[in-house]
Design a protein around this ligand. Structure first.
Ligand SMILES: [Zn+2]
Length: 112
């Protein structure tokens, strides 16, 4: 059981600032990257289909592009959030004073 090094209280809370920020940043980056790559793929597929006359006209191309971007954004966001959260957890554990005493407000890291 972790205790406060200042007042020895067992009422300790994890702050997890790095985890929260990392998850948010990772989600945004992942969505942006996922949409961008999916959009490129969808646009390439749409122009290819249009030039070949296979896909059902401009409306079909547009719908395909939007669906591709949406799926890419969801997948990218999920991966980005996971990655960012893990990086943030590592930052919390190693760099930040991640623990806060609820009795006296002292902040400290697990190792100290
Ligand atoms: Zn304390």
């Amino acid at each position: 059981m972790t205790k406060c090094p200042c007042c020895a209280s067992p009422r300790i809370m994890s702050r997890n600032h790095g985890r929260t920020v990392g998850g948010a940043v990772g989600t945004v980056g992942g969505v942006a990257g996922g949409v961008a790559s999916a959009w490129r793929g969808a646009t390439a597929g749409a122009s290819l289909g249009a030039s070949a006359g296979v896909i059902a006209g401009p409306a079909g191309s547009l719908l395909g592009s939007i669906a591709g971007a949406a799926i890419g954004g969801l997948v990218g966001g999920a991966f980005g959030c996971e990655l960012g959260t893990r990086v943030g957890e590592a930052v919390d554990e190693n760099l930040l004073d991640n623990l806060e005493c609820l009795s006296c407000g002292h902040t400290f890291s697990r190792s100290s």
